[in-house]
Ligand binder design. Structure first.
Ligand code: BGC
Length: 725
């Protein structure tokens, strides 16, 4: 039964329309049912398929128009089977990981009556203080866009249940000043286009059915009232015909932003600006059936447009034909096949940051295993619900199973935030008898996610004390770092021989980590968000713009206390000496970050060779419909099979607007057997070479471009010339 939305609209009263435009948080079942009876448009998942059907039955059978409900939930990286966090998924450089997560989520949530997920979060992030980086796909626009497409597509495919996706948070939420959640943002129009809008544009282009407005203000305008972006760019310029939902009480908070005096004005302003649906506590129509706003306060044309969008979303989801969920088909937990997919995903997300050869571990010998994550099961990460499948085993259990020939000595050593001297001393004493010490350290899940910004992004002090005590005693140390964000690891990273970053890997984390430590799985993940050396470098990202004084050496104060007296006297070097002192750097840091975007090691080694391009020159006209082919061969020069990630970067050598030092425009993760080679092909088109200047569209300027193929350890470049016309 297809519904005639225009006819339906004509039959609806003002109050019935307003009720369709809200999703309220009502944990109380009776109240929820009452709201459904009044014709509410959407509800959060109740949480069971039976309750969903009961609610839908009320909506369909007991309301005048029988409009089914949208049933929403934040299924961010899993419903029952929890996948690695989105940031970890980005580290896989493998869109199939994101697609598997979304497909399994759609099955597990969809068969239980959820038809709308508030995911994916597509905010580009450059400040690891911000707790929500864990929900993001990292700092790079291209990587994040590819994963966005994979996830949106997999959520919305009807063969896996088909839940509507929601791109959030529109827009520039990730640019929160000082990395403090909900904080204001100030972003130039050019950077907004180039960086922050781009992931949303891609998501809309691939058919995302909804978009959520962000809590932040942007250049003085709270996003829930940003008409130019919500209506002008998103709906008019991009032709987005889905639903724009406000974030939790984001509309009411326009009062706190100080742009309206009361909630009524906030709601009117939000609707007029382009919000279609309000999320939060306020009821647009009260229990007596009285509407909060009249058609004099918000235009009925705008309200009709919003209702049309909500009804169309319901139609796209097939809710008018199939409002009920088949309870007999509801998935009740994490099935073995979903857990297998989650484990495979987890194995692909870990990043080997350093390795002195201690990894993979030997199959025999004596290993001391210590640190809070040795026995903790807190691997799910932020944004999971109480019904998520818990982690069943500890890392200690998984390692004992994985490497039965090893003599394991397991101690706590330190807690997450506390360490007593005796426990540390005990670990140090035992380390003397161990060939290697494996420390499982990091951030509990609660330290990242919403409202979890940190001013100090180092490991908690108790854990650092444990590292230093063991290093002082001469132990050979491997650190397994469980984290929701890049951390500053400066004070200890050179004291440990090997560092494996595992993020929060989800339900199957311990098994995946154990498989990597043993070498049964060769790590192939890459850093999706720069690890700074110091908090002072933040915000930091690899694709920074060129400056007039690029540095060649690090800061002169570094490790040179005796030189301080001379180095800080400007006269000795003079204002024209831009070779070293007067360059863009920190006096007290070496150059660059600790771990750059794209960094990641393997248990084998790779070499890139035979870079070839289909043409060394082209023209702006030809690029309108032709692409340049780029190919490169990756050879596994080591002793083990493994995965390499080959990235294609573009540098625009001369442009009228200062460009990034390089931009990712392609990547491929490939499996290469030892001794074998794999040919990889990329294409470069207009989008890859053009940029946003100050105008209304991307510009392609003629000139020279450097194309670099880089796998983190091996790098090849070539020149491409674009001639005018
Ligand atoms: C978050 C959103 C989330 C919403 C609903 C808000 O606090 O910012 O990302 O979708 O809550 O749970």
């Amino acid at each position: 039964m297809s519904v005639d939305i225009e006819r339906l609209l004509e039959c609806m009263t003002w109050e019935q329309k307003l009720l369709q435009l809200q999703i309220v948080w009502r944990p109380d079942g009776a109240e929820r049912a009452e709201l459904a009876r009044r014709g509410l448009g959407a509800a959060f998942w109740p949480p069971s398929v039976t309750e969903v059907n009961a609610l839908q039955r009320i909506a369909v059978e007991e309301t005048e128009h029988g409009i089914p409900l949208l049933i929403a939930l934040d299924v961010v990286h899993g419903q029952f089977t929890i996948f690695p966090t989105p940031l970890a998924q980005a580290a896989s450089f493998d869109p199939s990981v994101a697609a598997d997560d979304a497909r399994v989520s759609a099955i597990e949530a969809g068969t239980n009556g959820v038809n709308w997920t508030f995911s994916p979060m597509v905010d580009v992030v450059r400040d690891p203080r911000w707790g929500r980086v864990v929900e993001s796909f990292g700092e790079d626009v291209y990587l994040a866009s590819e994963l966005t497409v994979a996830k949106v597509d997999a959520y919305q495919r009807s063969d896996s249940g088909g839940v509507a996706s929601c791109l959030k948070h529109f827009v520039a939420y990730g640019a929160a000043e000082a990395g403090r959640d909900y904080n204001s943002t100030e972003v130039s129009p050019r950077r907004l286009r180039e960086t922050y809008l781009e992931t949303f544009r891609t998501g809309v282009e691939c058919g995302a059915m909804s978009v959520m407005a962000a809590f932040n203000s942007l250049n003085g305008h709270p996003m829930h009232a940003h008409r130019d972006l919500l209506t002008g760019v998103l709906k008019e310029e991009w032709g987005f015909d889905g639903v724009v939902v406000g974030d939790a009480d984001g509309v009411a908070q326009l009062v706190d932003h100080g742009v309206v005096a009361d909630e009524k004005a906030a709601i009117a302003l939000a609707f007029e600006s382009g919000i279609d649906m309000v999320m939060g506590g306020t009821l647009l129509v009260d229990s007596q059936g009285v509407a909060l706003l009249s058609p004099e306060e918000v235009s009925s044309r705008r309200i009709d447009d919003a209702v049309r969008r909500v009804l169309t979303l319901k139609q796209r989801l097939g809710l008018f034909e199939r409002p009920y969920t088949d309870e007999s088909a509801a998935v009740s937990g994490a099935a073995a096949e979903h857990r297998d997919l989650s484990r495979r995903a987890a194995e692909r997300c870990a990043v080997l940051l350093t390795n002195d050869g201690a990894l993979p571990l030997n199959a025999t010998g004596r290993v001391l295993l210590a640190g809070p994550f040795v026995r903790s099961r807190d691997h799910l990460g932020a944004w999971v619900q109480h019904f998520a499948e818990p982690v069943r085993e500890t890392l200690a259990d998984a390692l004992a199973r994985e490497l039965p020939g090893v003599e394991w000595d397991v101690v706590d050593g330190a807690g997450f935030f506390t360490a007593d001297d005796d426990a540390i001393a005990d670990a140090v004493e035992r380390s003397a008898a161990a060939d290697v010490v494996v420390l499982a350290l990091g951030e509990p899940s609660g330290l990242s996610g919403e409202a979890a910004s940190r001013a100090d992004i180092t490991l908690p002090e108790a854990q650092r004390r444990l590292i230093h005590a063991l290093a002082d005693a001469g132990a050979r140390i491997v650190v397994v770092l469980v984290t929701g964000r890049p951390l500053v690891v400066e004070d200890w990273v050179d004291r440990v021989g090997s560092l494996l970053c595992v993020w929060h890997l989800g339900t199957e984390a311990p098994a995946a980590i154990a498989a990597i430590l043993s070498g049964r799985v060769n790590p192939g993940g890459r850093v999706p968000m720069t690890f700074p050396r110091a908090i002072g470098q933040v915000p930091i990202h690899y694709d920074h713009e060129r400056t007039g004084r690029p540095p060649r050496i690090g800061g002169s104060l570094l490790n040179a206390p005796d030189a301080l007296a001379t180095d800080v006297v400007a006269e000795f070097t003079g204002p024209n000496n831009t070779d070293d002192r007067y360059t863009s750097k920190y006096l007290d840091l070496p150059l660059g970050p600790r771990f750059d975007f794209g960094h990641g090691l393997s248990y084998t080694s790779f070499e890139l060779e035979d870079l070839a391009v289909s043409a060394e020159a082209t023209t702006t006209n030809r690029l309108a419909d032709e692409v340049i082919l780029v190919s490169v061969t990756v050879r596994n020069t080591g002793e083990r099979d493994g995965d390499d990630v080959v990235m294609l970067f573009v540098t625009d050598e001369v442009a009228t607007v200062t460009q990034p030092v390089r931009r990712l425009r392609g990547f491929r993760r490939v499996q290469v057997a030892t001794g074998a080679s794999v040919l990889i092909e990329f294409t470069i088109g207009r989008d890859d070479l053009s940029f946003w200047a100050d105008g209304e569209a991307r510009t392609l300027e003629p000139g020279d471009f450097t194309i670099t193929l880089d796998d983190g350890t091996s790098r090849l470049s070539t020149r491409l010339t674009v001639e005018p016309a």
